[in-house]
Design a protein around this ligand. Structure first.
Ligand code: ADP
Length: 294
């Protein structure tokens, strides 16, 4: 099964004609509340794609936390390892202007309390096939979780977002790194994304996503393998990468070989970008099957 140790936020999204200036108050048009955070997004995408998926994270003892747990549960994610922190549930305060420009303020809240690997989280990781990590929790817990997974023989897949340079020790404990082009250049410290992927592939397997150009899988000593994206009309690419990684992990944990797992992940991401929304736009396994079959 798949365990996701990561962030859970409630996205609080207002739409406006334009972004407000400093000190200015403007009227908005719509307001939506959507469960988000890279951890929760990946868990939801993986669970909708099939197999057992557990989310290890933290929410506050508040309404937003209960709503996030309900959304995870509705997608089929096991939330028994989620802890109630003595801090409010994480929130992302998002303003989206008519042209698509946005501003985002993230308040980590409960997510920020996870500085150490809790026994409850260590226990679910030990029983998993695959651990999914991102960089929205404190780096100390990401490092501890990767080291623990390595010691338990659990495959670790890291989405290095938000982008930041990574300690060597963390890269060494990761089996598969899934950066987008921007993240790959920052971690490798090299401007060209393909060169960056080649540099990183000396440390661990790398699957770099290229947006509408697909994804490339680079491993030490082998030619990179490119899987094209499916040509679709994108209306909202929010969480495309999280859907891609969640579905990839679910396929790998089910024993699917990498090229086929990449194809399924690309298909799921292509379906998700055709719908507005983030975690709520991840397709089910049946929808991915229908897309690939038709
Ligand atoms: P991120 O959202 O992390 O920046 P990408 O933009 O690289 O990640 O997208 C991840 C994956 O989603 C891509 O590898 C591709 O399979 C799919 N994808 C993203 N944008 C599109 C698009 N416009 N059309 C089809 N597939 C897309």
């Amino acid at each position: 099964d798949v365990v996701v140790l990561g962030s859970a936020n409630m996205d609080l999204v207002a739409t406006t004609d334009r972004l407000p200036g400093r000190g200015e108050t403007i009227a908005g048009h719509t307001f939506r509340q959507v469960p988000g955070g890279k951890g929760a997004n990946q868990a939801i995408a993986a669970a909708r794609s099939g197999g057992t998926v557990r989310f290890a994270g933290a929410v506050g003892d508040d309404d937003l936390g209960r709503q996030i747990l309900a959304a995870l549960g509705a997608a089929g994610v096991d939330t028994t390892a989620v802890v109630r922190a003595d801090a409010p549930t994480g929130t992302a305060h998002i303003t989206v202007a008519a042209g698509g420009d946005n501003t985002i303020v993230v308040v980590p809240g409960a997510n920020g309390t996870l500085t150490e690997l809790l026994p409850a989280h260590a226990a679910v990781i030990a029983g998993a096939d695959t651990l999914l990590l991102q960089l929205e929790l404190p780096l100390s817990v990401v490092r501890a979780a990767a080291a623990h997974a390595r010691a338990c023989g659990v495959r670790t897949v890291l989405t290095p977002a938000p982008a930041r340079p990574l300690p060597d020790e963390l890269l060494a404990a990761v089996d598969l790194l899934v950066p987008n082009e921007h993240e790959a250049t920052i971690i490798a410290g090299v401007d060209d994304p393909h060169q960056a992927a080649a540099v990183l592939a000396r440390r661990c397997d790398v699957l770099m996503t290229l947006g509408e150009r697909g994804a490339v899988y680079a491993t030490a000593g082998a030619e990179p393998v490119t899987v094209p994206a499916f040509p679709v009309t994108a209306v909202d690419t929010t969480a495309a990468g999280d859907t891609f990684v969640g579905v990839l992990a679910s396929a790998l944990a089910a024993g699917t070989a990498m090229p086929d797992a990449m194809r399924r992940a690309s298909a799921a991401a292509a379906l998700s970008v055709q719908r507005p929304g983030a975690s709520d736009s991840a397709p089910t396994a049946a929808q991915v099957d229908a897309f690939l079959g038709g």
